[in-house]
Design a protein around this ligand. Structure first.
Ligand SMILES: *Cc1c(COP(=O)(O)O)cnc(C)c1O
Length: 361
């Protein structure tokens, strides 16, 4: 790769498109004749206002976000949203969660601080290696929302069909699949994503929320910063936002639009992931443990027959210049995160390496 860059299979922060990094480099010392870098710029300046408005508009175009949804740029990463969602949406104090792995478990634990949490489906019985049937969930009438983690980054599963929420609001953590495929926003009440997986630098979450869910009557203890209304009213400029991350994300939105949008991106992601999954089908050394119909196109876990062999393979990949293939410590094995910005050549090179490794055993 150019600049001696490596194929970085990290689950996040993760690769960004090289063309975007080059553009950012070119604007580093003087953005659009402003005489300064975006990092040095007032968030109240005209140049930055243009940056944030254009970023929002490009995101709206990409996802086809309906007019009755607000787009919010919020600090605190993904983790703050685990609390912000129940603090803002639990009106009756009851919410339903689907438990599919590490990140939904974190969301459940946090929501329990604010109200009653009903786990309406779980794949815990088989180690979170599949997405449970969500076609006929037992949802109480007074449930404020149904929550899913649409792509479990660590476990490597993804929802290919949304739950039947029986008229209740659907909330989705899309962090590790945001903008990887087309999305019908109108099916959700709220979508949120930490951007450092599939879009830009860490420290920013994007929240897409249906306007009627933005409440005025929050409990008085809810911090001002944690009310969606605060951010909606101030158009994400209530306080100093993460200007740099917003700028970088805006570049990625434009890049995706020029690439042909989310349909085109999805096709590329299907092609890339197939290269890996097809190999694991034929390999005698590696297996992909996730149930076929629920496999993520973004995070691809795989294992050898033993933990010792897993470790040996990880060591060999590092020596060969492939970064961050070690599986998360909670599940072991290996994991290749192949987000939008991972080039097809990177996946091909990895598979060629693993084939060669297997042949030499
Ligand atoms: C990484 C991740 C998070 C947490 O994001 P932070 O910005 O590190 O707080 C939440 N949900 C999912 C699905 C993730 O992959």
């Amino acid at each position: 790769m150019k600049y001696g860059r490596s194929y970085n299979f990290s689950a996040g922060p993760a690769m960004m498109p090289e063309a975007v990094l080059e553009e950012i480099r070119d604007e580093m010392m003087n953005k659009d004749g402003s005489g300064m870098c975006v990092m040095e710029m007032s968030h109240r300046s005209k140049v930055f206002e243009d940056i944030i408005h254009e970023a929002e508009q490009d995101l709206r175009d990409l996802m086809g976000i309906p007019d009755n949804y607000k787009v919010l740029f919020v600090q605190g990463g993904g983790t703050l949203q685990f609390a912000m969602v129940p603090m803002n949406l639990m009106k009756n104090g009851v919410a339903c969660y689907v438990e599919t792995g590490t990140w939904s478990k974190k969301a459940i634990a946090e929501a329990k601080k604010y109200g009653e949490v009903k786990v309406v489906a779980s794949s815990k019985d088989r180690n979170f290696l599949y997405i449970p049937d969500c076609s006929d969930l037992d949802i109480p009438d007074n449930a404020d929302y149904v929550y899913i983690c649409e792509n479990e980054t660590i476990n490597g599963t993804t929802f290919n069909e949304l739950p039947n929420t029986k008229g209740h609001i659907l909330v989705s953590d899309q962090s590790s699949m945001f903008l990887s495929r087309p999305c019908d926003v109108s099916k959700y009440g709220l979508i949120w994503a930490g951007v450092q997986k599939n879009v830009g630098p860490a420290g920013l979450a994007i929240v897409i929320i249906r306007e009627d869910l933005i409440r005025e009557d929050l409990a008085t203890y809810v911090p001002t910063y944690m009310s969606y209304k605060t951010h909606a009213d101030a158009e994400s400029l209530y306080n100093t936002p993460n200007c740099w991350a917003i700028y970088c994300c805006g570049k990625v939105f434009k890049y995706l639009k020029n690439l042909g949008g989310l349909e085109a991106m999805n096709q590329m992601n299907i092609d890339k992931a197939s290269i890996l999954y097809d190999y694991f089908e034929e390999s005698k050394l590696f297996t992909a443990p996730v149930e076929k119909k629920d496999r993520s196109l973004m995070n691809v876990p795989f294992v050898t027959p033993s933990a010792e062999q897993d470790a040996a393979v990880v060591k060999a990949t590092v020596a060969a210049g492939f970064d961050n293939l070690k599986g998360h410590k909670s599940v072991g094995g290996l994991r290749a995160s192949i987000y939008n910005a991972m080039p097809k050549e990177g996946v091909e090179a990895l598979v060629a390496f693993l084939k060669d490794y297997e042949a030499k055993l």
